[in-house]
Design a protein around this ligand. Sequence first.
Ligand code: NCD
Length: 306
Amino acid sequence: MTLPFQHLTSTKQLSRDDTDAILRVAKEMEVVLRSGGDDRLKGKILASLFYEPSTRTRLSFEAAMHRLGGDVVTADGFQFSSLYKGESIEDTIMVVGQYADIICMRHPDAGSADKAASVSPVPFVNAGDGPSQHPTQALLDLYTIQKEHGQIDGLHITMVGDLRYGRTVHSLSFLLGLYKNVSFTLVSPKELTMPQKVTSFFTEKGLKYEEVEEIEEGLHADVVYMTRVQKERFADHSEYERLKLKYVLTTKHLEGKDCIVMHPLPRVGEIDTAVDHLPKAAYFRQAHNGVVTRMALLSMLLGAAK
Ligand code: NCD
């Protein structure tokens, strides 16, 4: 099973056939993972370049590669990189493409992933480009929603928090737009509303959405997707301090509600830890799904999906 593209920089490039195929392979990877992995990527090398902090994305990409028998070379931290010396992203990628069979990269600048993909001699995957896109997180989120609810069509999704700078909600919105009758409640302060590129996409697709400011107005949903206020994107620190804990989801909010709770993590206070004990709390299951989804993607992009 292959994909009709070599590089993944944005969820906007994915069709429903593509997401169906990735979700199907991810499900197969659950079985592979349970049996301890296999060696379909033996002899292949993933270069993981992280110019912005990451724990779960980097480690789950690397774990996915190891589970399939592949190897990893890694560079993290801007100050250790040749970008720090002034090298362009394009030059870095053309060089790293001589060492590895596939590259994943996280970078603080929106658009950096497209620059990298435009010159990459090997498959390139965006692991987050500034506030813009985070396509592999969106795929694992989609996989989680399907696994938890058994379907995606017809679901009501509430997104809460920093919808302006949160790249995961941007990427996920474009994927959910591939499904039928999905509707949205967007909960954010006025300063952090969903960018117009996403809301105009909903309108174009005929998808219903409402924008509200109070979390209580969004709890009648199938999925409540919480996000962290993205401290690193604020020029004005006092603005961040003012907005950071506008929404804190507690067990009380969830009493009598039928939703699952998702979060790309890390959380910094926006979900009370008491929520973790509820069966509705899906965020750690969601993190598990990151490994199988990335196993699927790596094997498909490297032509090794059965
Ligand atoms: C997210 C990210 O990096 O955009 N984290 C992740 O990849 N799991 C969300 C965040 O940092 O808030």
